[in-house]
Ligand binder design. Sequence first.
Ligand code: UT7
Length: 333
Amino acid sequence: MFQSRITGMGFYVPDNVVTNHDLTKIMDTSDEWIQERSGIQERRWVKPGSDDTSSVMGAKAARKAIEDAGLTKDDIDFIVFATLSPDYYFPGGGVQIQHLLGMPNIGALDVRNQCTGFIYSLTVADQFIKTGMYKNILVIGAEFHSNGLDKTTRGRQVAVLFGDGAGAVVLSRSDKEGHGILTANLHSQGEYAEQLAVTAPAMKKWVTELMANPDDLSYYPYMDGPLVFKHAINRFGESMEEAMQAVNITPEQVNLFIPHQANLRISQMVQRKFRFRDNQVFNNIQKYGNTTAATIPIALVEAREQGRIKEGDYVILSAFGGGFTWGSVILRW
Ligand code: UT7
């Protein structure tokens, strides 16, 4: 069996900064409420008229990751692309990234696991490398939320949380024993599928039905926030424990925990559960909000930029979100 490790990383966020104060001009909310409940200070939203979409931003992040790995687009064997905000109903955005980067006709797989999308994607890519099928895989998470949010007081519980952006890594075959991805676990609980979802338009309820009923707003994201919050705390804990046991390390041995950036309070509660010191945890939700599939790769890049990841470090990535889905990965850098 081969090993896989991250050899390149990159991220892209749109320039347009939207502060909590900006949001108070379009809905009944406050900087105080948003910061106190979520930790978010600002997020990036694609400026209307910009060409950025999830696949365009994903391609921009991917280009940086390939360069960072010291590779060219022709070295990439496969693409795994996670998003819940694709450009089209079909095809998925992976093929668009293949085209935008001018890559050879390699395979492109789309992953639809929302906030856990990057964890699922990384794990899928890891299997392709472990079996020897591919050598270098682009793993991308990107979201263009801002075009699909209800930016009125009615949608404030969700709208204030989400931001646009993309992050990417190159996962490569490695012969460095004991380094790279050491373990991964993936979970789901579909009984809660509708508690964090956009349920239409889709085949169950097509556009024509929505048009016939103007009061039906099921094309906007719905979230039972408190329910998601409660489940997130428990599932983060379980999945991280499972991962640490698989690798036989204790929380003290973790050098860096990068949680999916859904809510600073969730990250802090998980931090307290494992008694992680502040320097063992990385958060950047304050600047970007929740960019769903992109939070972890964006955070990975920033953590490295800030000197928070060194060779030999144990890094644990963990996420929980829509589906419900959740999972964790431990890497040795
Ligand atoms: O990444 C995917 C996974 N997502 C998550 O993990 C998110 C998990 N959930 C959460 O992070 C939190 O539940 C939220 C941040 C979404 C909400 O925080 P909360 O403390 O659970 O608040 P709540 O939904 O219980 O709402 C409390 C109050 C309500 O008013 P009343 O009924 O008490 O009068 C809301 O109407 O806050 C009100 N509210 C707001 N007020 C100002 C909801 N949204 C806003 C807002 N600004 N944006």
